[in-house]
Structure formats: structure tokens, C-alpha cells
Design a protein around this ligand. Structure first.
Ligand SMILES: Nc1nc2c(ncn2[C@@H]2O[C@H](COP(=O)(O)OP(=O)(O)OP(=O)(O)O)[C@@H](O)[C@H]2O)c(=O)[nH]1
Ligand SMILES: [Mg+2]
Length: 384
């Protein structure tokens, strides 16, 4: 009889980060914490995590031959299915690594694409993920032909593009053109809807993945958007009307979460989804105050906003999950950087009335893109 538990059936994974100096060790450890959550979101089980310091990465295999032997041994011992590198890998590096190791190898970008593929539900999200996957594969197709084929399934091989990824470059390009046309037509049909909302005050919630954006939308709009303690649960923009006091109405959107070093193929593909950010009159930048790296995450959000041309938008900093924060200094720190910040618990409801009031005030002032009268709604110089 097979006595394996579901836990045993999950792919066994080793995480690996190569860094150039001992000073980056702390950052690498944090990056691996995040990589672990990403791996678990993709259904993998992390068995071991390794960091190697190497001033000059080996161009062929990234890691040195000594480390390779050690890694191969650990993979053997634990029956590892997959090694995930925090570093970007070229296709030939993946090939060389897989030659030396008894398992598959992928990089962080492939892992994030896998999660997006798993979570895509709507037609638009599916098209966008497939487009990102194909562009990722295409960027890796440098000269050598046969490297696309990665049979066997598992993390990094899934997605709407899965079967199609076996096809050659020319057909990938054809497919990319087709997907872009389809996305355009989906966007056109949405435009009609948008016109109806033209005169209402539009607010978009943006923030790092898992900050609680969907929980906040659900709380304010009485919606039932899926909430989960996984990363990238939401891949679509969900828009709802919200009545805030005395019949006053605004339009509120929840959208895909950000992450540090978000693969640029994804940002490019999700441009249509992210267009609600571009069209918003005001952004709520939602940050998980209980996360000890919140400052870095705010900075990452700013950088992604810059990449989609929305970093000049007025925004309201909102700190979430205050029910988990017991350190007064943390509130002080947040208030010092963002004096107009609002503190809430989207889950428990604390601070929600205050937030509604602030939103109503801002909506009545018609804070609009390009208006400079609200200096507090701009990024503090620390972040510029
Ligand atoms: N304790 C606490 N947990 C919260 C709060 N707000 C959200 N959460 C939890 O945080 C997790 C993530 O919440 P979501 O609303 O899915 O976060 P999101 O920002 O939409 O995440 P993605 O769509 O994956 O980017 C869930 O487990 C929520 O229950 C809060 O105020 N307090
Ligand atoms: Mg969400």
C-alpha cells in the first residue's frame, strides 16, 4: 500500500542563491525566504536552501565545480526533484547545471511565471500569462534550437503555454502576435464599460503581493474577491463601486500584486490589467506593516509604478495588518516617512471608517493627476 502523504507527493525543492560578496548574505537570506513562499505557492516543498559566495560566477555553470558536487550529492541524498535559482540563468547554464545534477533546474522568473499560470482564471489573465511565458522563452532562445523542450511536467513547466512551448521560434512569434491582437480586442470591450464610469472618482489599490489588497476591497465594497495567504492570488483587476458615507460613490479597483525584480515580461504583458492604475485619480499604496521589510517593499512598489509610468500619481499611503503590530516604534517609523498615512486592519475592520472619510475628502477635493496642491500625496524625497 502507498503510505505517502500529500506532503510527500509535493515536488522536493532546493533553493540556491549565488552572491558576489559576504555583505549581501543578509539580503540573500531574505530573498530566499521570499523564494520559499513562492515555491510553496507553486506547490513545492523546500528541503534545503544554499547560498554560495563567489566574486566571479562561472559563465558556463554559474556555480563552481566544488559547489556543484556538493549540490549533486544533496540532491541524490534527498531525492530532490528541482533546484530553483534566485539568480537569472541563461539556457546554456540551465543545460549545463542539469547535466551535472540529477534533477531539473529553473530560475526565479520561471517560478513566478508558473504561479501566474496556475492562478490565471479569466480569458485576459490567461492570455497575458501565455504572452509573458512565450516572451520569456523567446528571450532564452539564443541560437541553439532544441532547448525549449522540457517534458515531464512540474513547477516551471505549467501554464496555458505549456504544449505550445514545444514549437519553434517562428511559431512562437506568430502566437505572440495573435495573443497581442486578442488582448487588444478584450481591452476594447472593456473601454466601453469604462466610459460609463468616466465622471466618478477612481481609486486603485496597489501594493506588494499579500499586503491585503483584496481583503481591503472586500471590506470596502462588500465584494467576494478571493483572499489567500499565498502570493499572486489576484491576477485581474477587479473593480467595484463603493458607497462611502451619505451615498457618496467612488470606483475602487484591486489589482495584481507587485514583487521585487518582477520579471519585465510580466509587467509588459499585464499592461492592460494595470491600466486601471494609469486611469486612477488616486492610488492607495497598501503596505503590510507587520512585515519587517515593509520599507523595501514600498520602494519596490514605487519602482514598478515608475516602470508603468504611474509614479507621479497622487497616492494615499495606507498601512495594513495593524492587528499584528505591537511595536509602537513601527507606527512611528511609518508616520515619520509618510505623515499622512492611514493605519488599518482590513481583516478586523480597525481604521476603516477613518479611511473612508479620508477617501471622501480627497474625492471631494478632486485630487487629480498633475495637480501639485497636495504635496503630501507625493513620494517623500527619501524615495526619489
Ligand atoms: N492579520 C491580518 N491579516 C490580514 C489583514 N489583511 C489581510 N490579511 C491576510 O493576508 C493574506 C493576504 O491577503 P489578500 O487580501 O489575499 O492579499 P493581496 O494583497 O490581495 O494578495 P495577492 O492578490 O496575492 O497579491 C490573507 O491571508 C489575509 O487574510 C489584516 O488586516 N490583518
Ligand atoms: Mg489579491
Amino acid at each position: 500500500m502507498d503510505r505517502r502523504t500529500p506532503e510527500d507527493l509535493r515536488e522536493k525543492v532546493i533553493l540556491f542563491a549565488l552572491i558576489r560578496s559576504p555583505q549581501s548574505r543578509f539580503l540573500a537570506a531574505e530573498a530566499l525566504d521570499e523564494l520559499k513562499t513562492l515555491t510553496e505557492t507553486a506547490g513545492g516543498r523546500v528541503v534545503e536552501r544554499l547560498i554560495q559566495i563567489r566574486t566571479r560566477p562561472d559563465p558556463k555553470t554559474l556555480i563552481g565545480s566544488g559547489k556543484m558536487k556538493e549540490l549533486a550529492r544533496i540532491c541524490q541524498e534527498h531525492g530532490i526533484d528541482l533546484v530553483i535559482f534566485n539568480n537569472d540563468l541563461t539556457p546554456s547554464q540551465i543545460g549545463a547545471l542539469e547535466e551535472h545534477l540529477p534533477c531539473r533546474v529553473i530560475d526565479r522568473t520561471a517560478l513566478i511565471l508558473d504561479i501566474f499560470a496556475r492562478h490565471a482564471r479569466t480569458r485576459e489573465a490567461k492570455c497575458q500569462v501565455e504572452l509573458a511565458q512565450l516572451q520569456y522563452r523567446l528571450s532564452k532562445l539564443t541560437g541553439r534550437g532544441g532547448e525549449l523542450s522540457r517534458l515531464g511536467g512540474g513547477i516551471g513547466t505549467r501554464g496555458p503555454g505549456e504544449k505550445k512551448l514545444e514549437i519553434d521560434r517562428r511559431r512562437i512569434r506568430q502566437r505572440i502576435r495573435y495573443l497581442k491582437r486578442r488582448l487588444k480586442s478584450i481591452e476594447r470591450s472593456r473601454l466601453v464599460q469604462r466610459k460609463r464610469r468616466r465622471n466618478l472618482f477612481k481609486v486603485a489599490i496597489v501594493g506588494y503581493t499579500n499586503a491585503g489588497k483584496s481583503t481591503l476591497l472586500n471590506r470596502l465594497a462588500r465584494e467576494r474577491v478571493k483572499v489567500s495567504n499565498q502570493l499572486f492570488t489576484t491576477l485581474d483587476s477587479i473593480t467595484a463601486s463603493v458607497y462611502i458615507r451619505d451615498g457618496f460613490k467612488i470606483i475602487l479597483s484591486d489589482t495584481v500584486g507587485f514583487i521585487r525584480n518582477l520579471p519585465h515580461q510580466l509587467i509588459a504583458s499585464f499592461r492592460a490589467t494595470l491600466s486601471v492604475v494609469g486611469e486612477a485619480d488616486l492610488l492607495i499604496i497598501l503596505t503590510d506593516l507587520s512585515d519587517r521589510d515593509w520599507e523595501e517593499k514600498v520602494d519596490c512598489v514605487r519602482r514598478v509604478l515608475a516602470e508603468i509610468g504611474a509614479d507621479q500619481k497622487p497616492f494615499l499611503p495606507v498601512f495594513n495588518k495593524i492587528d499584528l503590530v505591537f511595536e509602537p516604534l513601527e507606527f512611528k517609523r511609518a508616520r515619520r516617512i509618510f505623515p499622512n498615512a492611514v493605519f488599518i486592519s482590513a481583516l478586523k475592520g480597525d481604521g476603516i471608517e477613518g479611511l473612508k472619510l479620508t477617501l471622501k475628502e480627497l474625492a471631494q477635493k478632486e485630487v487629480k493627476y498633475g495637480q501639485k496642491e497636495e504635496p503630501q500625496l507625493c513620494w517623500p524625497s527619501l524615495y526619489r
